[in-house]
Write a protein of this length. Structure first.
Length: 719
């Protein structure tokens, strides 16, 4: 036997048809004395929902999420996996999807060159059912980092609860003068007795009298549910309300809202639970920030037995991120009076009623009226029995309807389409935008014919944006081919100028020269070592200025091997500033799939940075003295944020970045000393060794590009 196939969370139906029974199904292949040169996998959805396959490889040090291969979402596909060299590969794991559902699955192996030729005919037979995706798996053993698995998550969560036990203050008496501080409303429908018991136990962990629990039954037909409610309806601070018919989650929740007595309202799903001390921490936030009207917390994800398995560590409030994913979700706490003014939840949004509510609720609120409490106050049981999972397509459509309404421009509603993860969202401002402003593309350069010729060609021939001008700021080209190239583009159809001023390389000075020469309402700083992949990239970046207060927009940049180079900069990483998730696979989604949607960042790289003229004028020049080469982009972004401008990063503008291809590394040779000075300047000016980035969780480690939870001595403050 050459290979042994096993599976988990997968039930065979008939023939090649299977059912995934949880959100983590997989096929596992163990290889013995001989390994294949190629695998061919066919998979097709049988229930109308797209699949999101992943591939993991064990090279002798186990499976590692950071090196997983993420394939595009598709209804069907053929996956051709070359293994080179095969002798190093011990096991391969293939996850067909991350949800419950039915699919068709076939697999074939090629052990010799002859087998590969025969496999091609199989691929031809399977291909008509879907696209062919090819990837190569290296057999090279990779350095294994210590994994932060379920055991570590459970230990970390326990330490967080201990901190809360030590530091959570009592609820201020003034907040209880008119009754309970907060009312938790729970729509109930045919809920398992165990779930309700867990929920009640978590509620009773909160200080007595500070909260009430409203269990609103939506006409349950389950004898188990009805019996449990009858048994527990007379418990202190617990109220049970029943409907004789099933009216839907919005109507049922609103019935509870009308009867709630708390100043604040929190919503809990009937199969989830609260964390200890969360009421005290929410009340403390409301007491310290009287103007606050909305508070949301982090979440701990649990298994069926409420054992912690993962976290949702959230950023501070970000309306841009909210346009792509409802990252706020649980636990959201609302002022009751404002909820009543809005009319509570709207009917017709079942499955996305919470998304619709938060979008309507935050409309018109100031930044200081919204607070993120970095505490895992909500235990989300990863169950597949909720409405939004059972009816995912309908829930997604309703979410996009709510997003289109919220983000309309001058009365025009944009379409909302799938993001890089199909169930998430991309608001298409570009499809309702009529005026496309002049973009001045500023490119620093010196010689480097292969690079400058490619990027100029990409701008003129491969970029779908007609209203541009190109300004090359050159610090001393002597290459005749480059000089001739400049002459040729000056006579071309796109406005072009190349200003040559010999001198040592100073990125900030060249940027300032370019901005002074630019005529556009928007200025694009673009390195000469960037390569265009898709023609719509610049239209996407320009359309991001539809988000209020946006002054800077950054793109997603990939290394030539198609791994992630730039998905935003986290200020404070390494005590300075760093690219998070650098080197991960191109399709790596990041926490809460944040790398697959737009979001606000504190900083983006100057290799591809689009700046509004208003931002340029308000912030001033790039600092030529303190940041001649390194960290000038970070300094500029930080100064822009301090002046109230938003920095947006978008994954829908993706380019290749041949980093430092024209001038070499800043971290070695004669550049190292200057690089160290730039680092010192950044620390001194912006206190980056203690900087708390709003896009980053205070629970995240700051010493690596892939953050993981850290143990703190005190609970972080609301922000």
């Amino acid at each position: 036997m050459l290979v042994r196939q096993t599976s988990a969370a997968i039930t065979k139906l008939t023939g090649a048809d299977y059912r995934a029974t949880t959100d983590d199904p997989y096929f596992l292949y163990r290889f013995w004395w001989r390994r294949p040169y190629r695998m061919l996998i066919f998979i097709e959805s049988l229930d109308g929902n797209s699949l999101d396959p992943r591939l993991y490889v064990d090279r002798g040090n186990g499976f590692d999420e950071s090196t997983a291969h993420y394939f595009p979402n598709a209804d069907a596909g053929v996956y051709s996996i070359a293994i080179s060299p095969p002798r190093k590969v011990r096991k391969i794991r293939f996850d067909p999807c991350s949800r419950e559902g039915c699919f068709r699955y076939r697999v074939a192996f090629a052990w010799t060159e002859r087998d590969i030729a025969e496999m091609d005919s199989a691929r031809q037979a399977w291909a008509p059912a879907g696209s062919v995706y090819e990837t190569t798996v290296s057999g090279k053993r990779e350095r294994r980092t210590k994994r932060f698995g379920r055991k570590q998550i459970a230990e970390h969560y326990a330490s967080v609860i201990r901190l809360a036990e030590q530091h959570a203050p009592p609820v201020e008496a003034a907040l209880l003068a008119d009754g309970p501080f907060i009312s938790f409303i729970v729509p109930v429908y045919n809920t398992r007795q165990r779930y309700l018991t867990d929920l009640l136990a978590s509620f009773r962990m909160q200080p007595a009298g500070t909260a009430e629990l409203l269990l609103c039954d939506d006409g349950s037909t389950s004898a188990e549910t009805r019996a449990w409610l009858s048994e527990h309806e007379k418990i202190d601070h617990v109220r049970v309300f029943r409907s004789q018919e099933n009216r839907g989650i919005a109507t049922t929740t609103n019935a509870g809202l009308a009867l709630a007595r708390g100043q604040w309202i929190g919503f809990i799903d009937h199969d989830d639970a609260l964390s200890p001390h969360i009421v005290q921490l929410i009340a403390d936030t409301a007491h310290k920030v009287p103007s606050c009207k909305f508070i949301y917390t982090d979440e701990v994800i649990t298994d069926e037995a409420l054992r912690p398995v993962d976290y949702f560590m959230k950023p501070a409030f970000d309306e841009v991120l909210l346009s792509g994913v409802n990252y706020i979700n649980h636990l959201s706490c609302y002022r009751r009076d404002r909820l009543m003014e809005l009319g509570g939840l709207r009917e017709g949004y079942d499955g996305s009623q919470d998304y619709d509510l938060v979008l309507r609720y935050i409309e018109g609120l100031r930044a200081d009226e919204i607070k993120h409490l970095p505490f895992p106050g909500y235990r989300w049981r990863r169950s597949k029995r909720t409405y939004s999972v059972q009816f995912l397509n309908e829930a997604t459509a309703k979410a996009r309807e709510a997003l289109a309404e919220h983000f309309q421009l001058a009365g025009a509603r944009p379409s909302v389409e799938p993001a890089l993860t199909s169930g998430l969202h991309r608001v298409r401002f570009d499809k309702i935008k009529n005026d496309w402003p002049l973009v001045s593309v500023v490119i620093p350069n010196r010689n480097s014919f292969p690079l400058i010729s490619r990027i100029l060609g990409d701008l003129v021939n491969r970029t779908d944006y007609s209203n541009i001008e190109i300004v090359v700021v050159d610090n001393g080209t002597t290459d005749a081919a480059v000089l001739e190239l400049y002459t040729r583009y000056k006579a071309g159809p796109v406005p072009f100028r190349a200003e040559i001023e010999p001198g040592p390389f100073n990125f900030s000075r060249q940027v300032n020269r370019g901005v002074a020469l630019a005529r556009g309402d928007l200025v694009l700083l673009l390195n000469n070592d960037v390569e265009v992949l898709d023609g719509a990239w610049l239209r996407e970046m320009v359309s991001c200025f539809a988000y209020e207060r946006t002054g800077i927009v950054g793109a997603r940049l990939l290394y030539p091997d198609r791994t992630l180079q730039h998905v935003g900069v986290i200020v404070g990483l390494g005590g300075l500033a760093g690219h998070w998730f650098c080197g991960h696979p191109e399709k790596f989604p990041g926490p809460m799939a944040r790398l697959h949607v737009r979001q606000s960042m504190t900083a983006v790289t100057g290799a591809c940075m689009l700046i509004s003229r208003a931002c340029c004028d308000a912030v001033g020049k790039f600092d030529e003295k303190e940041f001649a080469v390194a960290y000038n982009d970070i300094d500029f972004c930080l100064r822009a944020v301090k002046r109230g401008f938003r920095v947006v990063w978008t994954p829908f503008a993706t380019l290749i970045h041949h980093e430092s291809a024209s001038r070499g590394s800043d971290k070695a040779g004669p550049n190292r000393e200057r690089f160290m000075r730039d680092q010192a300047s950044l620390r001194q000016r912006h206190q980056t060794d203690t900087f708390q980035d709003r896009a980053f969780s205070p629970w995240y480690s700051r010493n690596r590009s892939e953050p993981r939870p850290v143990f703190l001595e005190r609970l972080p403050e609301a922000r």
